[in-house]
Design a binder for this molecule. Structure first.
Ligand code: ATP
Length: 450
């Protein structure tokens, strides 16, 4: 059994369970569900959008805002088509594909191992099907821009968010008055016409990336690669990933792109095995040189002190937002056995990532009015949920299973003593806190720096 499969076999969570949970609680579900869905596309519901936005905010804070040498951009999804000729995507961004002459399905030729034929999964491995020779299939999604429909109006939905960063390099360096070394980050959608989307959101056709390109002097490329590689691992630890679920996987020499000096993946242990959630790449001067050649624009920099002219080297950190959000869901999931044998489902998100920070729960509908006032006060600061239906134990459990770190219960003593009960998700401990101190109490616990 391969390393990945072995790891998967030991995993406590089944993907089907997670997929069903995510749909029923409104984290993530199929796009266009009422039409039967569309393969490789996913929608984020009320809880999913909060989780993903929190992840993006934490990345932006850490990678862009906390650094004086990194700035952010938000570029268009559609770039000048020459961009993708320069980057090599038009000629080389493809996966090997085979067709099955019997069931008419398509497969990735390099991922056939262990695959069962969808026609007769119990009887036949795909490798025993009547397959065509492998041929290259370009993964870029094409569209037309403008009123006419000819080759001159063809454009691509970007397959990665980094190329527009290279297009904007000179403009942004000048506008932000940055000297090398410096980086540019962006978060946004990317599109790949994956041959076999699979494993829930892990391999989708539309997804988000959080990428940072760091431009430096050739002499510093190795030290910056090491710096960013360690920095990115620190990030993944800080957002709550269990140490045993994370590892680096350096690329072997024959995996590296011809222009790359080094590349390492950050891998997470999913129920389907160890898989990449982020790549850290030393891309050398490939991108800027190619864009300079194809655009005719000089992208060389001059060192102010030494007057040396050089094309900057690029160290890239490229995190998949959806893959990391999926890993967070897997990592946070726990079926906890309580004293007395009862189980509770609890999502142990760190507070910064929890979709709902506090749930306000009046003990009875008769207490709705003051509880709604508390909700309004807290909602000025955080994403707060209000729930007055059902028994209080069940309401706590509903919050536990979506990862809400705190519940504030307004009970029959509250009008007299001016206090509410604050309950913590993990320990389930409860504390009476004066109403006027609730914001400060929560702030202390919710806004701890990562
Ligand atoms: P893979 O080998 O799994 O296809 P990749 O090496 O092509 O991934 P990169 O081009 O390095 O991926 O993209 C950077 C990140 O973007 C990946 O680490 C991953 O988190 C995310 N990503 C890439 N392709 C997809 C996809 N089809 N669906 C969701 N996320 C993706």
């Amino acid at each position: 059994m391969s390393d990945s499969k072995d790891a998967a076999a030991r995993h406590p969570l089944a993907m089907d369970t997670l997929v069903a949970f995510c749909a029923s609680r409104g984290f993530i579900f199929q796009s266009s569900e009422i039409y039967g869905g569309i393969n490789g596309f996913w929608d984020y519901g009320p809880l999913g959008v909060e989780l993903k936005n929190n992840l993006k905010a934490v990345w932006w804070q850490r990678v862009v805002r906390e650094r004086t040498d990194v700035v952010g951009i938000d570029s268009a999804i559609i770039c000048h088509p020459r961009t993708w000729q320069a980057s090599g995507h038009v000629d080389h961004f493809s996966d090997p594909m085979v067709d099955c002459r019997t069931c008419k399905r398509r497969f990735r030729a390099d991922q056939l191992e262990g695959e069962r034929c969808p026609e007769a999964p119990k009887k036949r491995a795909v490798t025993d099907c009547d397959l065509t020779e492998a041929r290259d299939f370009n993964l870029m999604l094409e569209t037309q821009v403008g009123a006419s429909m000819d080759a001159s109006t063809a454009a691509y939905l970007r397959p990665e968010t980094c190329q527009p960063i290279f297009n904007d390099f000179k403009r942004v360096r000048d506008a932000a008055r940055q000297k090398l070394p410096f980086g540019m980050g962006q978060i946004g959608k990317a599109f790949r016409n994956e041959i076999t989307p699979r494993n829930f959101t892990f391999r989708s056709r539309e997804f988000e990336q959080a990428e940072m390109e760091f431009f430096c002097h050739p002499k510093e490329r190795e030290s910056w690669f090491t710096f960013w590689r360690d920095e990115r691992m620190r990030f993944h630890r800080d957002i709550g990933f269990d140490e045993t679920n994370l590892r680096f996987r350096p690329h072997a020499a024959d995996e590296l792109a011809h222009y790359a000096n080094a590349a390492e993946d950050v891998e997470f242990l999913f129920p389907f095995g160890w898989q990449e959630i982020e790549g850290i790449h030393d891309r050398g001067d490939w991108d800027l040189s190619r864009h300079s050649e194809y655009s005719g624009k000089d992208l060389i920099v001059t060192d102010e002190e030494t007057k040396e002219r050089y094309t900057p080297m690029v160290i890239e950190t490229s995190m998949g937002v959806d893959r990391t959000a999926l890993a967070l869901l897997v990592n946070a999931w726990e079926e906890e056995v309580l004293e007395g044998g009862e189980t509770r489902n609890v999502m142990r998100f760190i507070p910064a990532l929890a979709p709902i920070k506090v749930a306000v729960l009046p003990l009875s509908k008769k207490l709705a009015e003051p509880a709604r006032t508390l909700h309004a006060d807290l909602a000025r600061h955080w994403n707060v949920f209000y729930d007055e239906a059902g028994n209080i134990g069940r309401r706590y459990r509903r919050q536990d299973e979506v990862g809400t770190p705190f519940c504030a219960t307004y009970d029959f003593d509250s009008p007299d003593d001016g206090k509410v009960t604050l309950r913590e998700r993990d320990s389930m401990e409860q504390e009476r806190v004066p109403l006027e101190g609730v914001v400060a109490w929560l702030r202390d616990r919710l806004e701890t720096a990562l």
